[in-house]
Design a protein around this ligand. Structure first.
Ligand SMILES: NC(=O)c1ccc[n+]([C@@H]2O[C@H](COP(=O)([O-])OP(=O)(O)OC[C@H]3O[C@@H](n4cnc5c(N)ncnc54)[C@H](O)[C@@H]3O)[C@@H](O)[C@H]2O)c1
Length: 332
């Protein structure tokens, strides 16, 4: 490997720009190539970071020597991971890993076969407050969890909105957005045993392509006994929503709130602990991935590809329950 870790970026949209900003501050990293189907965006991004621009990821993989790849695509657009695997390259992929579980499992099998370093963009697991919570739950397991993601209706001005409101493209709010919270409850409680969910639609009007639910409620039962309910809506235009997760155990209550998941930890008979959520969380997770690629030590990676597939599977099972009205038993 060269002195610096040579990185290629596939997808140059909203979130990849956050990673590029973070990676640009990392000494050991080199932004070598960027790729987006949108030629203007690829060129603009390439010029900004002095990287070679491409509109075809296969061309990028063929033309440029890379040590690892960043993938940030809409949920429906996955699959090119197989080309990255064929090249034997480690990769970081933004959440959710996809919405087609068969494809995700095929990718996971390829990763396993080649023993590749991977990371999934569940950045909340890198937060100090979340790490402290996990430490506590190892000794005082969660019993009841509730939380979710409450926001307004997309105003359709950003590129993400074009695919986000189309269920066949995003998987819906739970699969695409509340997936962060699904991942956290899995992180705290272990494997899911059963999921049941309800959803509603028809309140949001005026966006012809809108096929996602307006709101959903999902209950997870975990193999170790905890129960969690997560709510999602993109129909709360009066404000007052946001991101939250409250966890109750015998001796502790842990409240996580806001995009940065500020944490408040209440312990029976002790002073509360508080952690402010890190604002540069993308850079923090990028540093971990790049260090793992450079050193081969994966121990600081919080969600690898196989784990990301389990989170995707839990949300996809919830979608299935919303459609059938029946509980779904999950296979892990
Ligand atoms: N971790 C987070 O907090 C966070 C935040 C936002 C988005 N995301 C996730 O990141 C992913 C991307 O979201 P976004 O907001 O960047 O979306 P976006 O629509 O802004 O960007 C996606 C980009 O991918 C490009 N693209 C699609 N197919 C491609 C292909 N085959 N080759 C090259 N480029 C291709 C599109 O042209 C587009 O520019 C989604 O899965 C989303 O859920 C994560």
């Amino acid at each position: 490997m060269a002195d610096k870790v040579r990185l290629g970026f596939i997808g140059c949209g909203g979130v990849q720009q956050m990673h590029l900003e973070g990676v640009a501050r990392i000494e050991e990293a080199d932004i070598t190539a960027v790729c987006d189907l949108k030629q203007d965006l690829a060129q603009e991004t390439g010029a900004k970071y002095n990287a070679k621009p491409f509109t075809d990821h296969k061309q990028m993989l063929a033309d440029v020597e890379l040590d690892a790849v960043y993938i940030a695509l809409p949920p429906f657009a996955h699959g090119l991971e197989l080309d990255v695997i064929e090249k034997g390259l480690p990769f970081f992929v933004e959440k959710p890993v996809g919405m087609d579980l068969k494809l995700c499992r095929e990718i996971a099998a390829g990763v396993k076969e080649k023993n590749l370093t991977t990371a999934v963009g569940y950045m909340s697991r890198y937060r100090a407050g979340v790490k402290r919570a996990k430490e506590i739950f190892n000794g005082d397991p969660p019993i009841l969890l509730h939380g979710g993601w409450v926001g307004g209706t997309p105003n359709m001005t950003a590129p993400i909105h074009q695919w986000w409101v189309v269920k066949e493209k995003s998987g819906g709010q739970l699969v695409e957005q509340t997936t962060h919270t699904v991942d956290l409850v899995r992180y705290f409680c272990g494997d899911v045993a059963e999921v049941y969910a309800a959803a509603t639609k028809g309140f949001v009007t005026g966006i012809p392509t809108f096929t996602i639910d307006d709101a959903s409620l999902v209950t997870f039962k975990f193999k170790d006994g905890a129960i969690a309910t997560l709510y999602s809506t993109c129909a709360a235009n009066g404000g007052g929503g946001g991101v939250s997760l409250n966890v109750y155990a015998l001796q502790h209550t842990i409240k996580l709130g806001g995009w940065a998941l500020d944490a408040e930890i209440l312990t029976k008979g002790a002073e509360p602990e508080k952690f402010a959520g890190e604002q540069n969380i993308f850079e923090i997770e990028d540093r971990v991935f790049i260090k793992a690629v450079k050193t081969g030590d994966r121990s600081d990676i919080m969600t690898d590809y196989a784990d990301g597939v389990k989170t995707a599977a839990a949300a996809i099972a919830a979608n299935q329950s919303m459609e059938t009205g029946k509980p779904v038993t999950t296979e892990e």
